[in-house]
Ligand binder design. Structure first.
Ligand code: HEM
Length: 222
């Protein structure tokens, strides 16, 4: 049984970042005129990042079999929620662009936003299939072996998500209206990353085997 103090570790740092990000974005939106076909975008996207952070944190400290089953259920439910938030948030900005005949890919944020949203869809589908239909991958054991790839891509997408948030501060609309400071958004997302990264289990990413392989050791050596 693991030391309970290990269960939380730097999680509170990530929580501080997640709350700070939502507070920053929501206060900027509501301190300015509400634009029905734009304002929901930052509101929903920041809530999406908040929910993804919770979904990651909830799984990182699972130790016992029961914790793993419950953790996976809560993770899947939170990710379903984050998926709905992102879909709604992206739909708002795309309708806005179509209705107002605005150009797509008008900023670094737009490129990163589209790339991140596309990868998120693949990641949601990948995770859902491993969890709900392991037969697709040739059985439970083969499907379980794929979780480490889901973790790698998951952490990579988290980095892309927070970069998308930081680049949103460089958009014309933010500079002219919302006024979210780049340094403030950077501090919020840095806290999320600093809180999440130390809680990653090297073994769960398959890193211990990789390191052993580099050292020329057999995976089964003591
Ligand atoms: C939370 C803070 C966010 C703010 C303040 C924000 C703001 C904006 C703004 C002003 C635009 C218009 C950009 C332009 O005209 O080039 C935009 C577009 C977009 N954003 Fe965000 N955004 C945020 C988060 C996100 C996140 C986390 C994602 C991805 C999951 C995202 C995905 C997109 C997409 C896909 C577009 C449209 C790109 C296009 O069609 O060209 N945004 N956002």
């Amino acid at each position: 049984m693991a030391d309970p103090s290990q269960r939380t570790g730097t999680g509170w740092v990530a929580q501080a970042g997640a709350f700070l990000l939502v507070a920053l974005v929501w206060s900027s939106v509501f301190l300015n005129p509400f634009v029905p076909l734009f304002s929901p975008h930052p509101l929903l996207q920041s809530l999406g990042v908040f929910t993804v952070t919770q979904a990651i944190l909830i799984l990182q400290p699972t130790w016992t079999a029961e914790e793993k089953v419950l953790g996976a259920r809560v993770h899947a439910s939170l990710q379903l929620l984050s998926f709905l938030l992102f879909v709604a948030g992206v739909a708002v900005i795309e309708v806005n662009k179509t209705k107002n005949h605005l150009p797509h890919f008008h900023s670094t944020h737009a490129y990163l936003g589209v790339a991140t949203s596309s990868l998120l869809v693949v990641q949601y589908l990948f995770g859902f299939l491993i969890w709900a239909t392991p037969g697709v991958f040739g059985g439970i054991d083969k499907a379980k072996a794929l979780w480490k790839y889901h973790r790698w891509t998951g952490y990579a997408i988290l980095l892309l998500l927070v970069s998308t948030v930081v680049t949103s501060t460089g958009t014309d609309y933010n500079k002219a209206v919302l006024g979210i400071k780049t340094w403030a958004a950077s501090i919020a997302v840095a806290l999320i990353v600093i809180g999440v990264l130390p809680r990653i289990h090297k073994r769960k990413l398959g890193l211990d085997r990789l390191l052993a392989w580099f050292r020329g050791e057999s995976a089964h050596s003591p």
